[in-house]
Design a protein around this ligand. Structure first.
Ligand code: SAJ
Length: 403
């Protein structure tokens, strides 16, 4: 059989949808993942993650023979690196997966190949990988096309945004940028913006940091308004009537594996210069702590007033509304903290998007609300919006379910 045109390293939340999209267009894609279970699932035409429309795309691509998964790469013309870049202690980025993926394809590279990193990476990573490749394969020096092109898709809307979002493409030289842009032009309907690798790397970090800083502003307002006895939701709606003001929504803090993580990639490399970005992270983390403290204080107040311990409903565990993803979730952190301070109160933990949890015993939405004295809303899930909560209950609406 002929070699596939594309090798995709990493078949997770971004890699698999991207592989499916490319394969659907009639390109042979060889997907690589270190997890045998992931590989087997995909080769059956099934998926291991929750993402609307991904199942049909993968089953079609695998069924028609355009997508195949394996634990090792093979020779191709284009290599895409879409692996995680977590952070280590002290919030330093860990690019070991990008490095390992590059090592895996080193022996397969040949003149004219295109090597693209999509993983969120600290500035300079693409150049570092280029140096590494040319040190190990000096005969290829200057003969590869190497570029960085970050993904920007929103979980839950990935299949649409992969095609329609604009992309920023930065090569290590102009020829690389052009070659990478021509590759994406086959699958992307959004505009392709060309730049250099360092700018493209920073652009990804800045997009998520910008959002984090803006959410921190909203969260800071929520703390101020709590003291000033002002409804922060009304305040923000009114301020946003100004034609040049657009304040985001406060909540329980910022979660997920992108916005709550990527700013550290800047802070870690430019600590003296990134004062606002670093402080925004602190403000957003503090907001989660503050919510847990607020529940604790409300609990004590209730006991003083009523001479008995309250029953408490903790509503939501996911990192944002209407998803089942609990990673880096502020709501989960708050529940953990509140339970650590539990003192024989009764708790009802609610997460309508999952059936069971290995640590928390889950209660149905209506049962929790009916039985509780204190209802703390941690995530603005749709299921919570039409709840009828009687006036005798204390409601802590941290995420504007009832605004
Ligand atoms: N949040 C607020 N207030 C808001 C908006 C969001 O508190 O007004 C919170 C959410 O509840 C959640 C967190 O922020 O805890 C992040 O949620 P999100 O929906 O804003 O973003 P993510 O993390 O799901 O996806 C982001 C997106 N980046 C931007 O919007 C700049 C997405 O486009 C990126 O592709 C993705 O990160 C990524 O992979 O980097």
């Amino acid at each position: 059989m002929n070699n596939p045109e594309v090798v995709m390293i990493g078949l997770g939340y971004i890699g698999l949808p991207t592989a499916a999209l490319i394969a659907e267009g009639g390109t042979h894609v060889h997907g690589v993942d270190i997890n045998q279970h992931v590989v087997d699932t995909i080769n059956r035409g099934e998926i291991h993650i929750v993402e609307p429309s991904l199942d049909t795309a993968v089953s079609k691509a695998v069924g028609e023979g355009f997508l195949k998964a394996a634990t090792t790469p093979v020779e191709a013309d284009t290599y895409l690196i879409v692996v995680p870049t977590p952070f280590k202690d002290k919030n330093e980025p860990d690019i070991s997966f990008v490095h390992a993926a590059t090592t895996a394809i080193l022996p397969l590279l040949k003149e004219g190949d295109l090597f693209i990193i999509e993983s969120t990476s600290p500035v300079g990573t693409t150049e570092k990988m280029m140096q590494y490749i040319y040190e190990e394969r000096p005969e290829l020096n200057g003969k590869l096309h190497i570029a960085y092109c970050p993904e920007r898709v929103l979980p839950g809307n990935v299949m649409y945004e992969l095609v329609h979002n604009d992309r920023v493409i930065g090569g290590v030289d102009e020829a690389s940028t052009e070659k990478a842009a021509a590759f994406y032009a086959k699958y992307v309907k959004g505009e392709l913006h060309k730049t250099n690798a360092r700018t493209a790397e920073m652009c990804k970090l800045v997009e998520n940091s910008s959002r984090d800083v803006q959410i921190a502003f909203a969260n800071e307002l929520s703390l101020i308004c709590d003291k000033a006895d002002i409804n922060v939701w009304e305040l923000i709606t009114l301020a946003n009537k100004h034609p040049r003001v657009n304040i985001l929504q406060p909540g329980c803090g910022v979660g997920g594996h992108c916005i709550a993580v990527d700013p550290y990639f800047i802070v870690s490399d430019y600590p003296m210069e990134s004062k606002i970005i670093g402080t925004a992270r602190e403000v957003n983390n503090y907001k989660s702590f503050w919510c847990a403290e607020k529940i604790q204080n409300t609990k004590l107040q209730f006991e003083l007033q009523h001479g008995r311990k309250p029953k408490i409903a903790l509503m939501g565990l996911a990192f944002k509304p209407n998803i089942d993803d609990l990673r880096e979730s502020p709501a989960k952190y708050i529940v953990q903290r509140v339970l650590q301070n539990a003192n024989n109160e009764e708790y009802y933990i609610v997460e309508p998007n999952i059936d069971t949890h290995k640590v928390f015993k889950l209660t149905l939405v209506e049962d929790a609300v009916e039985n509780a004295d204190i209802v703390a809303l941690l995530v603005a899930h749709d299921e919570f919006k039409n709840l009828n909560i009687s006036d005798d209950k204390v409601v802590l609406d941290f995420c504007g379910v009832f605004k």
